[in-house]
Design a protein around this ligand. Structure first.
Ligand SMILES: [Zn+2]
Length: 171
């Protein structure tokens, strides 16, 4: 075993020496004689403070992007498609663009003028047959498919994701 010396006076230490703090200096290992000059302290135990403290793993905010999962919706609801909310506006705008009066449009579509009025006022939605006639005649899209009308005919499910459709609906 290596001989240790008093850190204060340099005398070889008998036994193990003493750890002493003198006038606020850091503890030194000294001989018995020098130990009287200061205050004996306990051997430092590095583990005493903060030992075994569990590592707190901060929970960060939830992963962005992946959190936005669209609500599930009945597939058939989507397959059939909904009449767009602003169909009255679309019908009226397209009719006016063609220079049709409501009466003209009713005549062309073999519908009642009152029905055109109701549709343009949003009092009721067009029936399936009416919708198809209106779309064909006016060149508009009245189904909320999220994209062009063709994609619905040939299986819009593959062409458009459900999420896309829902996004459009939320507008
Ligand atoms: Zn000494």
């Amino acid at each position: 075993m290596q001989t240790e010396y008093c850190e204060l006076c340099g005398a070889p230490l008998t036994k193990k020496g003493k750890l002493v703090q003198i006038e606020g200096a850091k503890p030194m290992k000294v001989c018995d004689k020098c130990a009287k000059l200061g205050t004996e302290v306990q051997a430092p135990r590095p583990a005493s403070a903060g030992f075994g403290r569990p590592t707190v793993v901060r929970k960060g905010p939830a992963q962005p992007a992946s959190a936005a999962v669209p609500r599930k919706r009945d597939m058939f609801d989507y397959m059939e498609g909904d009449i767009v909310e602003d169909f009255p506006k679309r019908i009226a705008a397209a009719r006016l663009a063609k220079g049709f009066s409501q009466k003209d449009l009713a005549f062309v579509l073999k519908m009642q003028e009152g029905d055109i009025k109701k549709l343009e006022r949003g009092e009721r939605e067009p029936t399936e047959a009416e919708r198809k006639k209106l779309e064909a005649e006016l060149g508009i899209e009245l189904l909320d498919t999220g994209s062009d009308s063709d994609s619905l005919q040939q299986g819009g499910v593959a062409a458009t994701t459900l999420g896309d459709v829902l996004q459009v609906k939320r507008k």
